[in-house]
Write a protein that binds this ligand. Structure first.
Ligand SMILES: [Zn+2]
Length: 321
């Protein structure tokens, strides 16, 4: 995620950090936690930049840029490697080794541990040393990032200032993409599938994305949704995968929820680019909207419980008439 954009979505946290900096009260240990895609990593780098920026955290100057691009000599970052699920012991040992050396540049040294909640308790405790005693008399700042606070050892929690990162709501996530030039409908659908705006952009760029959108448009406009479902089951192989069918059902649910709350020309609809279609659909299906919602939701749950896509599809063809 673009760092400045991410910081803007969590502005109150950054303002609080800037204020602490201005008052000379920045802590030497922070723990940021919250869901994926809420800007924790970006904020960690922004906080690191705040330590060195001569302008109180402008995120624009050369010093800030060096930190934000990951090139500052005194800022170390470790995160979960792409093919791994957790922070390894080796990563933590090499971080410790790095910190035992004298730094080349004077001033505060900062380490960011992204995914502290995935490290073993022993590994987490070994990091405490940094918090407890600055190495080589150099001031040290630790910034820990976690998704699940309950997996962070209490000894770390008790020494950190803990900040919770609220999930960015669906409309705001979509707005980030729309402002970056993506079509409103694409932006809304893609951000339904992930909290992370960067991931949402990847979803739009995926070759299958258009097929998914067309399938949704077909499903909501044809006279008999059953025919559309049947067609997709038999002709579009990507929907034989449960994961892909889940995407379609998740969007269909958004549409049905909108149709269920829609009263006339409603600007509060999530899928507002489909406003006309939602109104038409509601008029046609008003009586069975609740049933459709319940049925789709139960199919969605079945997919989550590993019922095969084919079976769910068959159920869909039987029930959506
Ligand atoms: Zn700056």
């Amino acid at each position: 995620m673009d760092i400045k954009r991410a910081v803007k979505t969590q502005e109150s946290i950054f303002n609080m950090l800037k204020k602490a900096k201005a008052n000379g009260r920045l802590s030497h240990a922070y723990l940021f936690y919250g869901e994926e895609g809420t800007g924790k990593k970006e904020m960690a780098f922004a906080l690191a930049a705040l330590h060195y920026c001569p302008n109180g955290g402008c995120l624009e100057c050369d010093v800030c840029k060096t930190v934000l691009s990951g090139n500052h000599m005194n800022v170390d970052y470790i995160g979960i490697a792409e093919d791994k699920k957790l922070i390894s012991k080796d990563q933590i040992s090499s971080l410790q080794e790095e910190f035992s050396k004298t730094s080349l540049v004077e001033g505060t040294r900062i380490y960011i541990v992204d995914g502290i909640d995935t490290a073993t308790s022993a590994a987490q405790n070994s990091l405490l040393k940094f918090i407890e005693e600055p190495i080589n008399k150099t001031p040290t700042v630790g910034i820990f990032i976690a998704k699940d606070l309950s997996n962070v050892v209490s000894t770390i929690q008790s020494r950190c200032i803990i900040e919770h990162f609220n999930a960015i709501d669906h409309a705001s996530r979509a707005k980030i993409l729309i402002e970056s030039g993506y079509e409103p409908l694409d932006s809304i659908l893609a951000t339904d599938l992930t909290n992370n705006p960067d991931e949402a952009i990847e979803i739009i760029k995926n070759n299958n994305f258009r097929t998914f959108v067309e399938a949704l448009l077909e499903l909501i406009t044809v006279e008999k949704p059953k025919d559309a479902v049947y067609y997709y089951l038999n002709n579009v192989s990507i929907f034989s995968s449960s994961e892909n069918l889940k995407v379609l059902l998740s969007w269909y649910l958004l549409f049905l929820e909108d149709a269920n709350v829609c009263v006339g020309n409603d600007s509060n609809l999530i899928l507002y680019p489909l406003c006309d279609k939602i109104i038409t659909y509601r008029k046609k299906n008003e009586r069975r909207l609740r049933d459709l919602l319940e049925m789709t939701l139960s199919l969605f749950k079945k997919l989550n419980a590993n019922v095969t896509a084919k079976n769910v599809f068959h159920e869909l063809t039987v029930k959506i008439i």
